[in-house]
Structure formats: C-alpha cells, structure tokens
Design a protein around this ligand. Sequence first.
Ligand SMILES: *Cc1c(COP(=O)(O)O)cnc(C)c1O
Length: 410
Amino acid sequence: MSESTPTLTKLIQLPSDQDASGRTLGEEEIKLLSEAIRSGTLTSTKGSFVKALENQFAEMIGVKYAYACSSGSGAIHTAISAIDPEPGDEIITTSITDMGALTPILYQGAIPVFADVDPRTWNVTAESIESCLSDRTKAIIVTHLFGNPCNMTEIVQLAESRGIPIIEDCAQSFLAEHNGKKVGAIGSIGCFSLQQGKHITTGEGGIVTTNDDAFARRMFLFVNKAWGYGDPQPDHYFLALNGRMCELQGAVAVAQLDKLEGIVQNRQDAASKLTGKLQGLNGISTPQIDARNTHVYWKYCLSVDSSKIADGAVGLAKNLKTKGIFSAPRYIQKPAFMCEIFQKQRTFGNSRFPFTLASPEAVDYNAAKFAGTYAGLEAVLVLPWNERYTDEHIDYIADAIHEAVKQLSY
Ligand SMILES: *Cc1c(COP(=O)(O)O)cnc(C)c1O
C-alpha cells in the first residue's frame, strides 16, 4: 500500500445539487414564478399552478390522483394519515432512510417496525418484511433507496396475501420503474420530495400519489386541515394540519417537471459510463440492479470491500476527498433505530407515547436482527450524483477512484 497523495494533475469542481452549478433552475422557472406573483394569488386553494402540477404529475406517474404538500416528510405523514392506524398499530419500514420518513409514523400514533435490508442494494426485501409481520401490521413502507427500486413483484405479492397496503417512498426515485411500471404507481400510495437535493426541487415540497379513491379523499383532506372544500356542508372532519404547497412553489415545480425526464436520462447516461469504467476494479462493486428495474441514480453508490481496500469505504472517501470528490461513507452513519428518538423514545412530554403501546419484538433493535443493514452501511460509499455531469467529470471521477484503489489496495 502506498501513500495516499493525490497525483491527478488538476482538481476539478463537480456540479453540486446545493447551488446553481448542479440544478436545472432557469428562465422557465422564473417566467412561471413571475406569473404566479403577478396574479396576486399565492394560495393553492385559489390558484392554478399547484393544480396543474398535480394533474401533470399524476399523468406522468400513471395514477388517478396526485396531491402536492409541503415536504417529503409531509407526504409520508399524509400517506399514514390516509391509512389511519389505531394507536399502537405497526408500520413496517426500513432501517436505512431519511428521518422524515419515520417520525410521521410516531406522530400518527403508530409504531415503526424496522426491516433489515439487502446489503448490496440497501433496500428492504419481501423476506425481510415478512419476518416483521404481526397481527398489528397496518401498512408497509418501502423506500426505493438511492433511486433503485425495491423488488416490488415479491413485496406486492406478500402484502396482497395479507391485505396490507404498501406506501412507496419515492423521494429518491422519480420515474424509476419495476417491470415497466413507475414507482409511486405500484403500491397503494406513493410519496415524493421536492427538497433541494432531490431530482427536481422547489426548495422544500412534496407530492403524494394514489389510484385509490378513499385514500385520495383522505389525503386531500389531511393536507387541508380536513376541511371539506367543495362539499355541500363542509366541516373539519378529523385531526389534520395545513400541509399545502403554495403557488410560488407550484409555479417552480411545473417548470421543473418539464425537465424531469431529461434529468433522469442524463443521470442514467453518466452512471452507465462510470459503471463501464469501474468494471473489474479490485474491492469495488458497482450498483446491483435487478433486471426488472430501472435505476434513476439519485446517488451513485459503490460497495467497498474492506478486506481489499484499506479502511474500506471510509478509507476510500478520505482518499477521494484529497482529489476534490466529497462522498459519504456509511450514508446515514448508523441504522435509523440507533438515533436517540428511538433509543430514548423521546416523543410527547415524558409519555413515551406511542412506544408505550409497542410489543417487545416491535422495538427490539438487537444488532443480530440487522446483519444486512450493518454490512450495507459498512460497505456503502455514496458518490454525489448530478444531471450536469459531463464526460470530463465522469473521466475525472473514474480516474480518481482507480488511483485511490491503487493507493489503498492491500
Ligand atoms: C428526502 C427524503 C425524505 C424526506 O423529504 P423532505 O422533503 O426532506 O421532508 C423522505 N424519505 C426519503 C427516502 C428521502 O430521501
């Protein structure tokens, strides 16, 4: 093993999704945003941009209904409200995800039950979900992590055999497909995020999708303080917040939506080039994609073998940093259930509600149950990914990884 000094001739700066360099925000967004402002109508209850977004998004995904809301977390919250769990009901989810996909379960009085993941795809599987099922299971949330869909055929089969609805978390997987069907149209409800770092953005924002009339009705109401807009005798029917998106965001979202297919295509083209350049590299595995899936590359993840690469994913990330590539080893660092919210059950005052209603198995976070999660987090290296990557960027990333592997190989 040689010293990890950079020998690439020049450092280049990669486009970033945190600023204009790696975002597709431009004149189209400015034009529609100006229209929204000039109209003087900024609430979606009276304006037309959010409605246009909802109609166009539903059509694009292939569902009957789409409703915009304030965030991806809000989308998950809206979906769970539609499921309407009894306090203490269980909702199966993944141990590797954004916290915004988990806390809404607790806000609705339900217990998140964490499924293990496949360490090579970082996704839940039918088997890992099945081992979490109980007579309290009210729903299953599947997260298509990093843009790579879960193997939905098997998961849908399992869920349907038990009559349990599936919520798809599609925050990282716009337009990804399984068996020719878009995610967000496969389960009962789909949830999307328009946060700064997602494929398309309005800064913050979210969308829910469904084909189910009853879920659609409840989700529309949940976003609107459960006020029955348009009803003959409207009332506030149940507990709900204002989770609406405003017209300013709606205008930007409509312009962004036009660019989504191109964004996904560019990310896929760049990814297949990098995958080609990394074949056969000692200790490095490129993304594993089921033949029935299309991956939309929210991020490009490597799996790093620490028996071949010194200090594994962490060592590789440190080396790449000296070459100007800022990757994230271990993604969320630790399984979601290791965060204080779950370890200390900090919820409402000192009540620990709803954990007080949980069965011991539902809150058993013993590491032995999560071998795939720990192995997956240990090996994963999350490369920043972007629709603005050029061949020059891909060559640079590939060269940097090749050089790093040479320097770090045992
Ligand atoms: C970003 C994200 C969320 C939360 O979305 P916000 O808009 O940040 O609230 C939920 N789930 C996943 C998988 C995400 O990546």
